[in-house]
Design a protein around this ligand. Sequence first.
Ligand SMILES: Cc1cc2nc3c(=O)[nH]c(=O)nc-3n(C[C@H](O)[C@H](O)[C@H](O)COP(=O)(O)O)c2cc1C
Length: 608
Amino acid sequence: MQDVVQWLKDNGDLKVIDEPLDVELEIPHIAYIEVKTDESRPILFTKPINKRLDIVYDMPVLMNIFANKALTEKIFAKHPDKVAEGIDKLLKLKPPSGFIEKLKMIPELFALKNVFPKRSKVRGECQQVVIPKAEVDLDKLPILKTWEEDGGAFITMGQVYTKSLDGGMQNLGMYRLQQYDKNHLGMHWQIHKDASHFFDQYQKAGKKMPVTIAIGGDPLYIWCGQAPMPHGMFEMLLYGFVRGKKAQLVKSITNDIYIPKDVDIVIEGFVDPLKMEIEGPFGDHTGYYTLKEPYPVMEIETITMKDKPVFQATVVGKPPLEDKYMGWATERIFLPMLKPMAPDLIDYYMPENGVFHNLILGKMKTLYKGHAQQFMHAFWGVGQMSFVKHAIFVNEDAPELSDDLAITEYILNRLDPKKILITQGIIDALDHTANETLVGGKLGVDATSSEVKEGVKTLLDDKTLLNKMQMLDEHILELKQYFTHTKNPICVITVNKTESMKNLIERVSILGENIKLLIIVDKKNNDINEPYMLIWRVVNNIDAQRDITLKPFIIIDGTNKSKLDGFTREWPGDTFCTKEILDSLQERKLIDIDEAFIKKFGLLPFEN
Ligand SMILES: Cc1cc2nc3c(=O)[nH]c(=O)nc-3n(C[C@H](O)[C@H](O)[C@H](O)COP(=O)(O)O)c2cc1C
Protein backbone atom coordinates (compact mmCIF):
# COMPACT_ATOMS: atom_id res chain seq x y z
CA MET A 1 0.00 0.00 0.00
CA GLN A 2 2.04 2.97 -1.21
CA ASP A 3 -0.36 5.84 -0.66
CA VAL A 4 -2.89 5.13 2.08
CA VAL A 5 -5.02 8.16 1.32
CA GLN A 6 -5.38 7.24 -2.34
CA TRP A 7 -6.01 3.63 -1.37
CA LEU A 8 -8.78 4.70 1.02
CA LYS A 9 -10.30 6.92 -1.66
CA ASP A 10 -10.40 3.92 -3.99
CA ASN A 11 -11.38 1.27 -1.44
CA GLY A 12 -12.69 2.86 1.72
CA ASP A 13 -15.17 5.56 0.70
CA LEU A 14 -12.90 8.16 2.32
CA LYS A 15 -14.65 11.26 3.64
CA VAL A 16 -12.56 14.40 3.14
CA ILE A 17 -13.21 17.43 5.34
CA ASP A 18 -11.49 20.58 4.07
CA GLU A 19 -12.80 22.97 6.69
CA PRO A 20 -10.12 24.14 9.18
CA LEU A 21 -10.75 22.17 12.37
CA ASP A 22 -9.13 22.17 15.78
CA VAL A 23 -6.97 19.23 16.87
CA GLU A 24 -8.25 19.95 20.37
CA LEU A 25 -11.68 18.30 20.67
CA GLU A 26 -13.15 19.23 17.26
CA ILE A 27 -11.42 16.65 15.06
CA PRO A 28 -11.62 13.89 17.72
CA HIS A 29 -15.33 14.57 18.34
CA ILE A 30 -16.15 14.24 14.63
CA ALA A 31 -14.22 10.97 14.35
CA TYR A 32 -15.79 9.66 17.58
CA ILE A 33 -19.28 10.23 16.28
CA GLU A 34 -18.59 8.97 12.77
CA VAL A 35 -17.47 5.54 13.93
CA LYS A 36 -20.68 5.12 15.96
CA THR A 37 -22.87 5.61 12.91
CA ASP A 38 -24.11 2.76 10.71
CA GLU A 39 -22.24 4.17 7.70
CA SER A 40 -18.96 4.69 9.53
CA ARG A 41 -16.23 5.85 7.11
CA PRO A 42 -12.58 6.87 7.39
CA ILE A 43 -12.03 10.64 7.46
CA LEU A 44 -9.22 12.83 6.19
CA PHE A 45 -9.03 16.24 7.87
CA THR A 46 -7.03 18.28 5.41
CA LYS A 47 -6.70 21.49 7.45
CA PRO A 48 -5.97 20.75 11.08
CA ILE A 49 -5.31 23.78 13.25
CA ASN A 50 -4.79 24.53 16.94
CA LYS A 51 -6.72 27.61 17.90
CA ARG A 52 -5.33 27.82 21.43
CA LEU A 53 -1.72 27.71 20.24
CA ASP A 54 -2.42 29.53 16.98
CA ILE A 55 -0.94 26.80 14.80
CA VAL A 56 -1.83 25.85 11.23
CA TYR A 57 -0.38 22.39 10.51
CA ASP A 58 1.10 21.48 7.18
CA MET A 59 -0.06 17.84 7.13
CA PRO A 60 -3.50 16.24 7.19
CA VAL A 61 -4.93 14.01 9.92
CA LEU A 62 -6.32 10.63 8.90
CA MET A 63 -8.76 8.92 11.25
CA ASN A 64 -11.01 5.85 11.47
CA ILE A 65 -8.89 3.83 9.07
CA PHE A 66 -10.52 0.71 10.56
CA ALA A 67 -13.94 2.30 10.16
CA ASN A 68 -15.96 -0.86 9.55
CA LYS A 69 -15.65 -4.60 8.98
CA ALA A 70 -15.55 -4.39 5.19
CA LEU A 71 -12.68 -1.91 5.24
CA THR A 72 -10.82 -3.89 7.88
CA GLU A 73 -11.10 -6.94 5.65
CA LYS A 74 -9.77 -4.94 2.69
CA ILE A 75 -6.81 -3.75 4.75
CA PHE A 76 -5.97 -7.40 5.40
CA ALA A 77 -6.72 -8.16 1.72
CA LYS A 78 -8.56 -11.24 3.03
CA HIS A 79 -11.11 -12.17 5.66
CA PRO A 80 -9.45 -12.53 9.09
CA ASP A 81 -10.82 -16.09 9.19
CA LYS A 82 -8.61 -16.87 6.18
CA VAL A 83 -5.56 -15.60 8.08
CA ALA A 84 -6.64 -17.79 11.00
CA GLU A 85 -6.90 -20.79 8.68
CA GLY A 86 -3.30 -20.23 7.55
CA ILE A 87 -2.09 -20.02 11.16
CA ASP A 88 -4.07 -23.12 12.06
CA LYS A 89 -2.41 -25.05 9.24
CA LEU A 90 1.04 -23.96 10.37
CA LEU A 91 0.39 -24.95 13.95
CA LYS A 92 -0.71 -28.37 12.78
CA LEU A 93 2.20 -29.00 10.41
CA LYS A 94 3.50 -32.54 10.80
CA PRO A 95 6.63 -34.07 9.25
CA PRO A 96 5.64 -35.38 5.78
CA SER A 97 5.42 -39.15 5.49
CA GLY A 98 6.22 -39.51 1.78
CA PHE A 99 7.13 -37.67 -1.41
CA ILE A 100 3.53 -36.62 -2.22
CA GLU A 101 3.08 -35.27 1.31
CA LYS A 102 6.34 -33.35 0.92
CA LEU A 103 5.10 -31.78 -2.30
CA LYS A 104 1.85 -30.77 -0.62
CA MET A 105 3.78 -28.93 2.08
CA ILE A 106 5.70 -26.74 -0.36
CA PRO A 107 3.12 -23.92 -0.64
CA GLU A 108 2.86 -23.62 3.12
CA LEU A 109 6.59 -23.55 3.61
CA PHE A 110 6.97 -21.17 0.69
CA ALA A 111 4.55 -18.75 2.37
CA LEU A 112 6.83 -18.72 5.41
CA LYS A 113 9.66 -17.18 3.43
CA ASN A 114 7.77 -13.87 3.63
CA VAL A 115 7.56 -13.86 7.37
CA PHE A 116 11.02 -12.54 8.12
CA PRO A 117 11.41 -8.79 7.56
CA LYS A 118 13.96 -7.51 5.08
CA ARG A 119 16.42 -5.00 6.49
CA SER A 120 17.70 -2.41 4.06
CA LYS A 121 20.95 -0.46 4.37
CA VAL A 122 19.72 2.58 2.46
CA ARG A 123 17.37 5.20 3.82
CA GLY A 124 13.65 4.82 3.34
CA GLU A 125 11.01 7.26 2.16
CA CYS A 126 10.15 7.85 5.82
CA GLN A 127 13.55 9.56 6.06
CA GLN A 128 13.16 11.98 3.14
CA VAL A 129 13.03 14.89 5.59
CA VAL A 130 15.35 14.80 8.60
CA ILE A 131 14.80 17.25 11.47
CA PRO A 132 17.91 17.53 13.69
CA LYS A 133 17.61 17.49 17.48
CA ALA A 134 17.93 21.27 17.86
CA GLU A 135 14.96 21.82 15.58
CA VAL A 136 12.68 19.10 16.92
CA ASP A 137 9.27 20.54 17.73
CA LEU A 138 6.31 18.26 18.43
CA ASP A 139 4.02 21.27 18.02
CA LYS A 140 4.59 20.88 14.29
CA LEU A 141 2.64 17.59 14.40
CA PRO A 142 -1.18 17.72 14.61
CA ILE A 143 -1.30 15.77 17.88
CA LEU A 144 -4.88 15.52 19.16
CA LYS A 145 -6.39 16.36 22.48
CA THR A 146 -9.44 14.08 22.52
CA TRP A 147 -11.25 14.87 25.76
CA GLU A 148 -11.70 18.00 27.79
CA GLU A 149 -10.13 16.49 30.91
CA ASP A 150 -7.21 14.86 29.12
CA GLY A 151 -3.87 15.82 30.61
CA GLY A 152 -2.73 17.16 27.24
CA ALA A 153 -2.31 16.05 23.65
CA PHE A 154 -1.62 12.36 22.91
CA ILE A 155 -0.27 10.46 19.91
CA THR A 156 -2.91 7.73 19.72
CA MET A 157 -1.76 5.66 16.75
CA GLY A 158 1.94 5.44 17.39
CA GLN A 159 3.79 2.29 16.49
CA VAL A 160 6.33 1.96 19.28
CA TYR A 161 9.42 -0.03 18.23
CA THR A 162 11.75 -1.19 21.00
CA LYS A 163 14.36 -3.89 21.55
CA SER A 164 15.63 -5.88 24.48
CA LEU A 165 18.85 -4.84 26.20
CA ASP A 166 20.84 -7.65 24.53
CA GLY A 167 19.31 -6.77 21.16
CA GLY A 168 17.96 -10.29 20.76
CA MET A 169 14.30 -9.31 20.71
CA GLN A 170 12.51 -6.57 18.86
CA ASN A 171 8.96 -5.46 19.59
CA LEU A 172 6.22 -3.38 18.05
CA GLY A 173 3.52 -2.24 20.48
CA MET A 174 0.77 0.31 20.18
CA TYR A 175 0.86 2.54 23.23
CA ARG A 176 -0.42 6.07 23.60
CA LEU A 177 2.18 8.80 23.97
CA GLN A 178 1.58 12.04 25.84
CA GLN A 179 3.17 15.21 24.52
CA TYR A 180 4.85 17.04 27.41
CA ASP A 181 6.62 19.77 25.47
CA LYS A 182 8.47 20.24 22.19
CA ASN A 183 10.71 17.19 22.55
CA HIS A 184 9.44 14.89 25.28
CA LEU A 185 6.81 12.14 25.17
CA GLY A 186 5.28 9.99 27.92
CA MET A 187 5.53 6.23 27.19
CA HIS A 188 2.29 4.64 28.34
CA TRP A 189 3.48 1.04 28.06
CA GLN A 190 1.62 -0.69 30.83
CA ILE A 191 3.49 -2.92 33.24
CA HIS A 192 2.38 -6.17 31.55
CA LYS A 193 3.47 -5.16 28.06
CA ASP A 194 6.62 -6.12 26.18
CA ALA A 195 8.18 -2.65 25.98
CA SER A 196 7.78 -2.36 29.73
CA HIS A 197 9.67 -5.65 30.20
CA PHE A 198 12.45 -4.29 28.00
CA PHE A 199 12.43 -1.03 29.97
CA ASP A 200 13.00 -3.04 33.18
CA GLN A 201 16.12 -4.55 31.64
CA TYR A 202 17.54 -1.10 30.75
CA GLN A 203 16.56 0.27 34.15
CA LYS A 204 18.39 -2.54 35.96
CA ALA A 205 21.45 -2.03 33.76
CA GLY A 206 21.26 1.77 34.30
CA LYS A 207 21.30 2.35 30.54
CA LYS A 208 19.24 4.63 28.32
CA MET A 209 16.68 2.74 26.23
CA PRO A 210 16.42 3.51 22.50
CA VAL A 211 12.88 3.89 21.20
CA THR A 212 11.60 4.67 17.73
CA ILE A 213 8.00 5.63 17.15
CA ALA A 214 6.46 5.42 13.71
CA ILE A 215 3.21 6.98 12.57
CA GLY A 216 1.39 6.03 9.39
CA GLY A 217 2.30 3.80 6.48
CA ASP A 218 0.43 0.57 5.88
CA PRO A 219 -2.50 0.43 8.37
CA LEU A 220 -1.64 -3.20 8.98
CA TYR A 221 1.36 -2.02 11.06
CA ILE A 222 -1.13 -0.49 13.46
CA TRP A 223 -3.13 -3.67 13.73
CA CYS A 224 0.09 -5.65 14.32
CA GLY A 225 1.05 -3.19 17.06
CA GLN A 226 -2.04 -3.98 19.08
CA ALA A 227 -2.01 -7.74 18.33
CA PRO A 228 -1.37 -9.78 21.51
CA MET A 229 1.62 -11.67 20.12
CA PRO A 230 3.47 -13.97 22.53
CA HIS A 231 6.36 -12.31 24.36
CA GLY A 232 9.53 -12.30 22.30
CA MET A 233 7.87 -12.58 18.88
CA PHE A 234 8.36 -9.52 16.72
CA GLU A 235 5.00 -8.36 15.35
CA MET A 236 6.56 -7.74 11.93
CA LEU A 237 6.66 -11.54 11.48
CA LEU A 238 2.88 -11.51 11.70
CA TYR A 239 2.82 -8.62 9.24
CA GLY A 240 4.80 -10.64 6.69
CA PHE A 241 2.58 -13.66 7.22
CA VAL A 242 -0.66 -11.69 6.71
CA ARG A 243 0.57 -9.54 3.81
CA GLY A 244 2.27 -12.43 2.09
CA LYS A 245 5.36 -10.28 1.64
CA LYS A 246 8.27 -9.33 3.79
CA ALA A 247 8.08 -6.15 5.85
CA GLN A 248 10.67 -3.76 4.42
CA LEU A 249 12.60 -2.18 7.25
CA VAL A 250 15.18 0.60 7.46
CA LYS A 251 17.44 1.59 10.33
CA SER A 252 16.55 4.54 12.52
CA ILE A 253 19.06 7.34 12.07
CA THR A 254 20.10 7.82 15.70
CA ASN A 255 19.72 4.29 17.07
CA ASP A 256 19.76 0.76 15.65
CA ILE A 257 16.06 0.01 15.79
CA TYR A 258 14.55 -0.97 12.46
CA ILE A 259 11.22 0.43 11.31
CA PRO A 260 9.08 0.03 8.15
CA LYS A 261 10.47 2.18 5.36
CA ASP A 262 7.05 3.45 4.19
CA VAL A 263 5.75 4.99 7.42
CA ASP A 264 4.94 8.71 7.29
CA ILE A 265 6.64 10.05 10.40
CA VAL A 266 9.41 8.67 12.61
CA ILE A 267 10.25 9.94 16.09
CA GLU A 268 13.54 8.63 17.44
CA GLY A 269 14.89 9.02 20.92
CA PHE A 270 15.96 7.58 24.23
CA VAL A 271 14.15 6.85 27.46
CA ASP A 272 16.17 7.72 30.54
CA PRO A 273 15.38 4.99 33.09
CA LEU A 274 15.83 7.45 35.95
CA LYS A 275 13.16 9.83 34.71
CA MET A 276 9.43 9.31 35.22
CA GLU A 277 6.64 11.84 34.68
CA ILE A 278 2.98 11.90 35.52
CA GLU A 279 1.01 10.59 32.55
CA GLY A 280 -2.71 11.26 32.02
CA PRO A 281 -5.47 11.64 32.80
CA PHE A 282 -6.66 10.30 29.46
CA GLY A 283 -10.15 9.29 28.34
CA ASP A 284 -9.53 5.65 27.48
CA HIS A 285 -11.16 2.85 25.52
CA THR A 286 -12.94 1.69 28.67
CA GLY A 287 -15.07 4.85 28.36
CA TYR A 288 -13.52 6.09 31.60
CA TYR A 289 -10.55 8.33 32.22
CA THR A 290 -7.39 6.53 33.24
CA LEU A 291 -5.90 8.18 36.25
CA LYS A 292 -2.62 10.03 36.50
CA GLU A 293 0.33 7.72 37.04
CA PRO A 294 4.09 7.98 36.56
CA TYR A 295 5.44 6.58 33.27
CA PRO A 296 8.84 6.74 31.52
CA VAL A 297 9.71 9.69 29.33
CA MET A 298 11.37 9.75 25.93
CA GLU A 299 13.66 12.57 24.86
CA ILE A 300 13.59 13.03 21.12
CA GLU A 301 16.83 12.94 19.13
CA THR A 302 15.40 13.43 15.67
CA ILE A 303 12.17 13.39 13.69
CA THR A 304 12.15 12.18 10.12
CA MET A 305 9.29 12.05 7.65
CA LYS A 306 8.13 11.62 4.11
CA ASP A 307 7.98 14.70 1.90
CA LYS A 308 4.21 14.75 2.26
CA PRO A 309 3.34 12.92 5.48
CA VAL A 310 -0.12 12.01 6.72
CA PHE A 311 -0.70 11.96 10.48
CA GLN A 312 -2.75 8.94 11.58
CA ALA A 313 -4.76 9.03 14.80
CA THR A 314 -7.63 7.28 16.55
CA VAL A 315 -10.11 8.15 19.26
CA VAL A 316 -10.85 5.95 22.22
CA GLY A 317 -13.76 6.35 24.62
CA LYS A 318 -17.09 4.60 25.00
CA PRO A 319 -17.82 1.82 22.49
CA PRO A 320 -18.34 1.28 19.62
CA LEU A 321 -15.07 2.67 18.27
CA GLU A 322 -12.43 1.89 15.73
CA ASP A 323 -10.87 -0.65 18.10
CA LYS A 324 -14.08 -2.68 17.68
CA TYR A 325 -13.00 -3.54 14.15
CA MET A 326 -9.32 -4.02 14.99
CA GLY A 327 -10.45 -6.21 17.90
CA TRP A 328 -12.73 -8.23 15.64
CA ALA A 329 -9.79 -9.11 13.38
CA THR A 330 -7.63 -9.94 16.40
CA GLU A 331 -10.32 -12.16 17.87
CA ARG A 332 -10.65 -14.15 14.62
CA ILE A 333 -6.93 -14.42 13.92
CA PHE A 334 -5.94 -15.50 17.41
CA LEU A 335 -8.52 -18.30 17.69
CA PRO A 336 -6.13 -20.99 16.42
CA MET A 337 -3.44 -19.77 18.83
CA LEU A 338 -5.78 -20.37 21.79
CA LYS A 339 -6.56 -23.89 20.73
CA PRO A 340 -3.26 -25.53 21.76
CA MET A 341 -4.02 -24.63 25.39
CA ALA A 342 -7.78 -25.26 25.09
CA PRO A 343 -8.14 -27.88 22.34
CA ASP A 344 -11.91 -28.25 22.68
CA LEU A 345 -12.53 -24.56 22.24
CA ILE A 346 -14.78 -24.10 19.22
CA ASP A 347 -15.06 -20.32 19.14
CA TYR A 348 -14.88 -17.22 21.31
CA TYR A 349 -16.32 -13.72 21.12
CA MET A 350 -15.45 -10.48 22.81
CA PRO A 351 -18.48 -8.19 22.59
CA GLU A 352 -17.45 -4.61 21.90
CA ASN A 353 -19.42 -3.24 24.87
CA GLY A 354 -17.33 -5.50 27.07
CA VAL A 355 -14.30 -3.47 25.86
CA PHE A 356 -12.37 -6.73 25.29
CA HIS A 357 -11.02 -7.38 28.77
CA ASN A 358 -14.33 -7.07 30.59
CA LEU A 359 -16.32 -9.84 28.91
CA ILE A 360 -15.61 -12.91 26.83
CA LEU A 361 -17.89 -15.70 25.64
CA GLY A 362 -16.42 -19.07 24.75
CA LYS A 363 -18.02 -22.01 22.98
CA MET A 364 -16.60 -25.44 23.72
CA LYS A 365 -17.08 -29.12 23.24
CA THR A 366 -17.66 -30.06 26.84
CA LEU A 367 -16.19 -33.47 27.59
CA TYR A 368 -16.15 -33.78 31.36
CA LYS A 369 -17.20 -32.25 34.64
CA GLY A 370 -15.17 -29.14 35.40
CA HIS A 371 -14.11 -28.73 31.77
CA ALA A 372 -15.44 -25.15 31.61
CA GLN A 373 -13.61 -24.32 34.83
CA GLN A 374 -10.43 -25.71 33.31
CA PHE A 375 -10.91 -23.29 30.41
CA MET A 376 -11.50 -20.36 32.75
CA HIS A 377 -8.19 -20.98 34.48
CA ALA A 378 -6.44 -21.51 31.15
CA PHE A 379 -7.77 -18.19 29.80
CA TRP A 380 -6.92 -16.33 32.99
CA GLY A 381 -3.42 -17.76 32.92
CA VAL A 382 -2.26 -16.95 29.41
CA GLY A 383 -0.87 -13.73 27.90
CA GLN A 384 -3.24 -10.82 27.51
CA MET A 385 -6.24 -13.16 27.80
CA SER A 386 -5.45 -13.19 31.50
CA PHE A 387 -6.81 -9.62 31.78
CA VAL A 388 -10.35 -10.81 31.02
CA LYS A 389 -12.53 -10.16 34.06
CA HIS A 390 -15.70 -12.05 33.15
CA ALA A 391 -15.76 -15.27 31.13
CA ILE A 392 -18.86 -17.22 30.17
CA PHE A 393 -18.58 -20.67 28.57
CA VAL A 394 -21.33 -22.38 26.60
CA ASN A 395 -21.59 -25.82 25.04
CA GLU A 396 -21.23 -26.67 21.35
CA ASP A 397 -25.03 -26.70 20.87
CA ALA A 398 -25.25 -22.99 21.75
CA PRO A 399 -26.27 -20.43 19.11
CA GLU A 400 -23.71 -18.20 17.35
CA LEU A 401 -21.83 -16.32 20.05
CA SER A 402 -22.37 -13.02 18.27
CA ASP A 403 -26.14 -13.53 18.11
CA ASP A 404 -26.66 -11.36 21.18
CA LEU A 405 -30.30 -12.22 21.89
CA ALA A 406 -30.12 -15.96 21.24
CA ILE A 407 -26.91 -16.46 23.22
CA THR A 408 -28.21 -14.41 26.16
CA GLU A 409 -31.34 -16.58 26.28
CA TYR A 410 -29.21 -19.70 26.15
CA ILE A 411 -27.01 -18.51 29.02
CA LEU A 412 -29.91 -17.30 31.17
CA ASN A 413 -31.64 -20.66 30.82
CA ARG A 414 -28.50 -22.35 32.14
CA LEU A 415 -27.38 -19.84 34.75
CA ASP A 416 -26.90 -21.61 38.05
CA PRO A 417 -25.21 -19.98 41.07
CA LYS A 418 -23.57 -23.33 41.83
CA LYS A 419 -21.79 -23.16 38.47
CA ILE A 420 -20.36 -19.70 39.03
CA LEU A 421 -16.71 -19.38 39.92
CA ILE A 422 -15.56 -16.21 41.61
CA THR A 423 -11.85 -15.90 42.14
CA GLN A 424 -8.97 -13.45 41.96
CA GLY A 425 -6.34 -12.84 39.34
CA ILE A 426 -4.39 -10.42 37.24
CA ILE A 427 -6.40 -7.57 35.70
CA ASP A 428 -5.77 -4.97 33.01
CA ALA A 429 -3.77 -1.96 34.16
CA LEU A 430 -6.71 0.22 33.03
CA ASP A 431 -9.22 -1.44 35.36
CA HIS A 432 -10.61 1.08 37.82
CA THR A 433 -12.83 -1.14 39.95
CA ALA A 434 -10.61 -3.42 42.00
CA ASN A 435 -9.70 -2.30 45.51
CA GLU A 436 -6.06 -2.34 44.48
CA THR A 437 -4.44 -1.96 41.05
CA LEU A 438 -3.45 -4.91 38.82
CA VAL A 439 -5.14 -7.65 40.87
CA GLY A 440 -8.88 -8.12 41.17
CA GLY A 441 -11.98 -10.26 40.99
CA LYS A 442 -12.71 -12.76 38.22
CA LEU A 443 -16.08 -14.21 37.33
CA GLY A 444 -16.45 -17.47 35.42
CA VAL A 445 -19.85 -18.75 34.41
CA ASP A 446 -20.21 -22.38 33.35
CA ALA A 447 -23.29 -22.42 31.14
CA THR A 448 -22.33 -25.61 29.34
CA SER A 449 -24.86 -27.89 31.08
CA SER A 450 -28.50 -28.43 30.26
CA GLU A 451 -31.18 -25.93 31.25
CA VAL A 452 -31.82 -25.32 34.94
CA LYS A 453 -35.13 -26.71 36.16
CA GLU A 454 -36.52 -23.84 38.18
CA GLY A 455 -37.39 -20.39 36.90
CA VAL A 456 -38.73 -17.46 38.92
CA LYS A 457 -41.51 -18.80 41.12
CA THR A 458 -43.79 -15.76 40.90
CA LEU A 459 -42.96 -13.42 38.06
CA LEU A 460 -44.35 -9.93 38.70
CA ASP A 461 -44.77 -7.16 36.15
CA ASP A 462 -42.28 -4.29 36.35
CA LYS A 463 -44.64 -1.87 38.08
CA THR A 464 -45.72 -4.29 40.81
CA LEU A 465 -42.17 -5.44 41.44
CA LEU A 466 -40.91 -1.86 41.58
CA ASN A 467 -43.59 -0.93 44.13
CA LYS A 468 -42.70 -3.93 46.22
CA MET A 469 -38.99 -3.08 46.09
CA GLN A 470 -39.51 0.58 46.82
CA MET A 471 -41.39 -0.39 49.98
CA LEU A 472 -38.21 -2.17 51.05
CA ASP A 473 -35.69 0.45 49.98
CA GLU A 474 -36.30 4.08 49.12
CA HIS A 475 -33.10 4.42 47.06
CA ILE A 476 -34.68 2.43 44.21
CA LEU A 477 -35.97 4.69 41.43
CA GLU A 478 -36.68 2.58 38.33
CA LEU A 479 -37.01 -1.07 37.40
CA LYS A 480 -37.01 -3.00 34.13
CA GLN A 481 -36.97 -6.74 33.59
CA TYR A 482 -35.30 -8.26 30.54
CA PHE A 483 -35.66 -11.81 29.17
CA THR A 484 -38.67 -12.63 31.36
CA HIS A 485 -39.33 -15.69 29.22
CA THR A 486 -36.11 -17.34 30.42
CA LYS A 487 -35.33 -19.22 33.64
CA ASN A 488 -33.32 -16.25 34.94
CA PRO A 489 -34.95 -12.96 33.94
CA ILE A 490 -32.64 -10.00 34.42
CA CYS A 491 -34.11 -7.43 36.77
CA VAL A 492 -32.33 -4.07 36.47
CA ILE A 493 -32.92 -1.30 39.00
CA THR A 494 -31.53 2.20 39.11
CA VAL A 495 -30.77 3.81 42.44
CA ASN A 496 -29.96 7.12 43.97
CA LYS A 497 -26.99 5.88 45.94
CA THR A 498 -26.42 7.51 49.30
CA GLU A 499 -25.10 4.47 51.16
CA SER A 500 -23.39 1.14 50.42
CA MET A 501 -25.55 -1.18 48.34
CA LYS A 502 -24.95 -3.86 50.97
CA ASN A 503 -27.91 -2.41 52.88
CA LEU A 504 -30.18 -2.51 49.83
CA ILE A 505 -29.05 -6.05 49.04
CA GLU A 506 -29.96 -7.17 52.54
CA ARG A 507 -33.36 -5.48 52.36
CA VAL A 508 -34.38 -6.93 48.99
CA SER A 509 -32.97 -10.39 49.62
CA ILE A 510 -36.40 -11.54 50.82
CA LEU A 511 -37.60 -11.35 47.20
CA GLY A 512 -36.22 -14.71 46.13
CA GLU A 513 -39.63 -15.77 44.91
CA ASN A 514 -39.75 -12.88 42.41
CA ILE A 515 -36.15 -12.36 41.38
CA LYS A 516 -33.31 -14.66 40.33
CA LEU A 517 -30.87 -12.12 38.90
CA LEU A 518 -30.78 -8.52 40.07
CA ILE A 519 -28.51 -5.82 38.66
CA ILE A 520 -28.12 -2.48 40.39
CA VAL A 521 -26.85 0.62 38.59
CA ASP A 522 -26.78 4.30 39.49
CA LYS A 523 -29.59 6.36 38.08
CA LYS A 524 -26.99 9.00 37.22
CA ASN A 525 -25.70 8.62 33.65
CA ASN A 526 -27.45 5.30 32.98
CA ASP A 527 -30.54 4.66 30.88
CA ILE A 528 -32.47 1.62 32.04
CA ASN A 529 -33.83 1.19 28.50
CA GLU A 530 -30.41 0.93 26.81
CA PRO A 531 -29.08 -2.61 27.36
CA TYR A 532 -25.99 -2.00 25.17
CA MET A 533 -24.63 0.70 27.47
CA LEU A 534 -25.94 -1.05 30.60
CA ILE A 535 -23.78 -4.08 29.80
CA TRP A 536 -20.86 -1.74 29.13
CA ARG A 537 -21.38 -0.09 32.49
CA VAL A 538 -21.89 -3.20 34.59
CA VAL A 539 -18.97 -5.29 33.30
CA ASN A 540 -16.75 -2.22 33.58
CA ASN A 541 -17.89 -1.26 37.06
CA ILE A 542 -17.67 -4.47 39.02
CA ASP A 543 -15.06 -6.42 40.85
CA ALA A 544 -16.64 -9.86 41.07
CA GLN A 545 -15.25 -10.66 44.50
CA ARG A 546 -16.69 -7.50 46.02
CA ASP A 547 -19.76 -6.80 43.91
CA ILE A 548 -21.45 -10.13 43.24
CA THR A 549 -23.65 -11.89 45.77
CA LEU A 550 -24.87 -15.40 44.94
CA LYS A 551 -27.32 -16.01 47.77
CA PRO A 552 -30.29 -16.04 48.13
CA PHE A 553 -30.21 -15.04 44.45
CA ILE A 554 -27.63 -13.45 42.16
CA ILE A 555 -27.17 -9.74 42.81
CA ILE A 556 -24.66 -7.64 40.89
CA ASP A 557 -23.79 -4.21 42.25
CA GLY A 558 -22.86 -2.21 39.13
CA THR A 559 -22.92 1.18 40.87
CA ASN A 560 -19.90 3.48 41.04
CA LYS A 561 -17.93 2.83 44.20
CA SER A 562 -16.70 5.40 46.69
CA LYS A 563 -15.87 5.68 50.35
CA LEU A 564 -19.51 4.70 50.99
CA ASP A 565 -18.30 1.23 49.95
CA GLY A 566 -14.96 1.48 51.70
CA PHE A 567 -13.34 2.07 48.28
CA THR A 568 -10.22 4.17 48.77
CA ARG A 569 -8.88 4.59 45.20
CA GLU A 570 -10.08 7.43 43.00
CA TRP A 571 -13.10 6.40 40.91
CA PRO A 572 -12.64 7.96 37.46
CA GLY A 573 -15.33 9.76 35.50
CA ASP A 574 -16.88 8.78 32.16
CA THR A 575 -15.56 10.17 28.90
CA PHE A 576 -18.07 12.79 27.78
CA CYS A 577 -18.01 15.01 24.74
CA THR A 578 -17.93 18.76 25.24
CA LYS A 579 -21.42 20.14 24.64
CA GLU A 580 -20.30 23.44 23.08
CA ILE A 581 -18.13 21.53 20.61
CA LEU A 582 -20.99 19.21 19.64
CA ASP A 583 -23.34 22.20 19.22
CA SER A 584 -20.84 24.09 17.12
CA LEU A 585 -20.08 21.06 14.89
CA GLN A 586 -23.78 20.44 14.48
CA GLU A 587 -24.41 24.06 13.54
CA ARG A 588 -21.67 23.87 10.93
CA LYS A 589 -23.23 20.63 9.60
CA LEU A 590 -20.04 18.70 10.35
CA ILE A 591 -22.00 16.18 12.38
CA ASP A 592 -25.66 15.22 12.27
CA ILE A 593 -26.89 13.71 15.52
CA ASP A 594 -30.05 13.96 17.61
CA GLU A 595 -30.91 13.60 21.29
CA ALA A 596 -31.60 9.87 20.92
CA PHE A 597 -28.09 9.31 19.47
CA ILE A 598 -26.50 11.39 22.23
CA LYS A 599 -28.33 9.38 24.88
CA LYS A 600 -27.82 5.99 23.24
CA PHE A 601 -24.04 6.32 23.28
CA GLY A 602 -23.75 8.39 26.46
CA LEU A 603 -22.09 11.28 24.62
CA LEU A 604 -23.10 13.85 27.25
CA PRO A 605 -23.88 13.60 30.97
CA PHE A 606 -27.55 12.68 31.52
CA GLU A 607 -29.87 15.28 32.90
CA ASN A 608 -31.47 12.93 35.39
C1 LIG B 1 -6.28 2.16 20.25
C2 LIG B 1 -5.41 1.39 21.18
C3 LIG B 1 -4.66 2.04 22.16
C4 LIG B 1 -3.86 1.34 23.04
N1 LIG B 1 -3.14 2.01 24.00
C5 LIG B 1 -2.34 1.32 24.83
C6 LIG B 1 -1.54 2.01 25.79
O1 LIG B 1 -1.56 3.23 25.89
N2 LIG B 1 -0.75 1.27 26.61
C7 LIG B 1 -0.70 -0.10 26.54
O2 LIG B 1 0.07 -0.72 27.29
N3 LIG B 1 -1.45 -0.78 25.64
C8 LIG B 1 -2.26 -0.10 24.78
N4 LIG B 1 -3.01 -0.76 23.86
C9 LIG B 1 -2.97 -2.23 23.84
C10 LIG B 1 -1.69 -2.75 23.23
O3 LIG B 1 -1.49 -2.19 21.96
C11 LIG B 1 -1.73 -4.27 23.12
O4 LIG B 1 -1.89 -4.79 24.41
C12 LIG B 1 -0.50 -4.84 22.45
O5 LIG B 1 -0.68 -6.22 22.26
C13 LIG B 1 0.73 -4.61 23.26
O6 LIG B 1 1.82 -5.18 22.60
P1 LIG B 1 3.03 -5.84 23.39
O7 LIG B 1 2.50 -7.09 24.04
O8 LIG B 1 4.01 -6.13 22.32
O9 LIG B 1 3.51 -4.88 24.39
C14 LIG B 1 -3.81 -0.07 22.95
C15 LIG B 1 -4.53 -0.73 21.95
C16 LIG B 1 -5.32 -0.02 21.08
C17 LIG B 1 -6.10 -0.75 20.02
